[in-house]
Design a protein around this ligand. Structure first.
Ligand SMILES: Cc1cc2nc3c(=O)[nH]c(=O)nc-3n(C[C@H](O)[C@H](O)[C@H](O)COP(=O)(O)OP(=O)(O)OC[C@H]3O[C@@H](n4cnc5c(N)ncnc54)[C@H](O)[C@@H]3O)c2cc1C
Length: 422
C-alpha cells in the first residue's frame, strides 16, 4: 500500500488525468501533484464534441471538466502544452518534447488515444486533404463545425458511435450526410444486431444515407481538397467534408518503449497498477482484465477512465479500492439516449423489452440465460436497474424479461445468482 507521498506526475490531462489528480488530493496524497498534457487550456469533456458542441448548443467554456480554480485550490500544478516523449524507469524521470527532464516518485500515464488515420489512395499522410477531419479534440470539433453549413455534402467514414453521432449532428445542421461502413452493419464492434438495425433505420428516416459492407477505395482530390469518395462498390460520392471515425489508436509509445505496454494497451490491474510499482495508468490507453468477459479489454469510455483513475488514487493514498465496475457507455443521437452496460460478446440470445418502433426499448443479451449486457434506448430507469443487476452475475427468465406487464425490478428480483464461471 502506498502513502509515502513525494511527487506524483500525471501525464495526460483528459478525463482520467484530471480525475486522478483530484481524487489523489482528496484521498490525502501529501506531496506535489503535477498534471502535464500536450493540449492547451483546462481538461475538458470529449463526449459533447460529437453532440451538443458540434450542434452549437454549448460553448467551449462549458466543456471544462472543472474550473482552473479547482486545481489551484487543490494545489495541483498544471503543465499544458507539454508532451512526454520517454520514460526512464531506473532514474525515475520523464523527458518532454522540449528536452526538459522531470523527476517523479509515482507516475500515472493517462495518455488516451488518437484517431486511426484513414489510409487509402489519394491521401498523402504528410499532406492530408484540407477537408478531411477526425474527431478527438476541441480543435478537431471546431474544424468540422466550421464546415457544416446547411446543404454541405458530408461523408462520414465509419459507422461506430463517433461516426453516427457526427452524422446525426451534421444532419441536424442541415447537411446532406452519407455514412460509409465497411462492416455489414453499423455499430458492429459495440452493439447487438437489433440495436444496430434500429439505429440504421433511425438515421435513414432522418435522411442519412447509410452504405454498409462498403469500403473506401480512394478519394478524389482537387486543389488539396477531397471532392469525392470512391467506394469499393463502385459508387462515387461527392463530398465537401469528409469525417473519418474509424477507431482509435492508444497513445502508448513511451510506455511501450519502457516495457510497460503490450498489444494495444498499457497493462494494468484492478488498482490501475502497471508492472512497475511506481507507474500507474488509467483510461483509454489501458488494457485491464474484466471478469465479465474473462479477458483483457481496452475500454474507450468516460466511466472507465474515471473508475480506473479513482482506483489508482485509492492505491496511491493507501486505501485501495479495486476497479471492478461493470463497463458502461452512452451515446446521444437525435432525441435518442442510448445507454449500454456489460459486454454482449458471446451472447446466444437477445431479448427485446419494449418496442423499437416506439423508440423506447431495451435489448438484453444472455448466454445460457445468464445476463451479459443491456442496451437501453430512452429507458434510463430500466437501464439503472439492469446495470446494477450486472454487477453480480444472474440467470434471468427470458419470457418474463420480454413481458412488459412484469416490472423489470420484479424480473430481476426473481433472478438467480450465477455460481462459478459462465
Ligand atoms: C467525439 C467523441 C465522443 C465520445 N463520446 C463518448 C460518450 O458519449 N460516452 C463515453 O463514455 N465516452 C465517449 N467518448 C470516449 C471518451 O471521451 C474517452 O473514453 C475518454 O476521453 C478517455 O479519457 P482519457 O483520459 O483516457 O483520454 P483523453 O480524454 O483522450 O485524454 C488523454 C490526454 O492525454 C494527452 N496526451 C496523449 N499523449 C501525450 C503525451 N505523450 N504527452 C502529454 N500528453 C499526452 C492527450 O492529448 C489528451 O489530452 C467519446 C470520445 C470522442 C472522441
Amino acid at each position: 500500500m502506498e502513502t509515502q507521498g513525494g511527487e506524483l506526475l500525471i501525464v495526460g490531462a483528459g478525463h482520467a488525468g484530471s480525475e486522478l489528480a483530484i481524487a489523489a488530493r482528496q484521498g490525502g496524497w501529501p506531496g506535489r501533484i503535477i498534471v502535464l498534457g500536450d493540449e492547451t487550456g483546462v481538461p475538458y469533456q470529449r463526449p459533447p464534441l460529437s453532440k451538443a458542441y458540434l450542434l452549437g448548443k454549448c460553448e467551449a467554456d462549458a466543456l471544462a471538466l472543472r474550473p482552473a480554480s479547482a486545481y489551484e485550490a487543490a494545489h495541483i500544478e498544471r503543465l499544458p502544452g507539454a508532451r512526454l516523449t520517454s520514460i526512464d524507469r531506473t532514474a525515475h524521470t520523464v523527458t518532454l518534447a522540449d528536452g526538459s527532464v522531470l523527476h517523479y516518485d509515482k507516475l500515472a500515464l493517462c495518455t488516451g488515444g488518437r484517431p486511426r488515420p484513414l489510409a487509402c489512395e489519394g491521401i498523402d499522410p504528410q499532406h492530408p486533404p484540407a477537408n478531411l477531419f477526425y474527431l478527438r479534440t476541441l480543435a478537431d470539433a471546431d474544424g468540422i463545425r466550421a464546415n457544416l453549413a446547411p446543404g454541405a455534402r458530408v461523408v462520414v467514414v465509419g459507422g461506430g458511435y463517433v461516426g453516427l453521432e457526427v452524422a446525426a449532428s451534421a444532419r441536424g445542421l442541415g447537411a446532406e450526410v452519407t455514412v460509409i461502413e465497411a462492416q455489414p452493419r453499423v455499430l458492429a464492434r459495440v452493439a447487438g444486431a437489433e440495436v444496430a438495425r434500429f439505429y440504421e433505420q433511425v438515421h435513414r428516416e432522418a435522411g442519412v444515407r447509410i452504405l454498409t459492407g462498403t469500403g473506401v477505395e480512394r478519394v478524389i482530390c482537387e486543389g488539396g481538397r477531397i471532392t469525392a469518395v470512391q467506394c469499393s462498390n463502385g459508387q462515387r460520392i461527392a463530398a465537401d467534408v469528409v469525417v473519418a471515425g474509424i477507431g482509435m489508436l492508444p497513445n502508448i509509445e513511451a510506455a511501450a518503449a519502457a516495457g510497460l505496454a503490450s498489444r494495444d494497451g498499457i497493462r494494468v490491474d484492478e488498482l490501475a497498477r502497471t508492472a512497475d510499482p511506481d507507474i500507474m495508468a488509467a483510461g483509454d490507453c489501458t488494457l485491464q482484465h474484466h471478469a465479465l468477459a474473462d479477458r483483457e479489454l481496452r475500454l474507450e469510455s468516460v466511466p472507465n477512465a474515471l473508475e480506473q483513475a479513482r482506483a489508482a488514487a485509492s492505491w496511491l493514498c493507501g486505501k485501495p479500492k479495486p476497479n471492478r465496475s461493470v463497463p458502461w457507455f452512452w451515446s446521444d443521437q437525435y432525441e435518442l439516449k442510448l445507454q449500454m452496460a456489460g459486454l454482449s460478446q458471446g451472447h446466444d440470445r437477445c431479448v427485446l423489452r419494449g418496442d423499437p418502433g416506439k423508440r423506447s426499448f431495451c435489448a438484453f443479451y444472455l448466454h445460457a440465460s445468464r445476463l451479459l449486457a443491456v442496451d437501453a434506448v430512452n429507458r434510463p430507469g430500466e437501464f439503472m436497474l439492469a446495470r446494477r443487476a450486472l454487477a453480480q452475475p444472474v440467470h434471468i427468465d427470458a419470457e418474463r424479461l420480454a413481458d412488459e406487464a412484469v416490472p423489470l425490478k420484479d424480473v430481476l428480483a426473481g433472478s438467480e445468482t450465477v455460481t462459478g464461471k459462465p
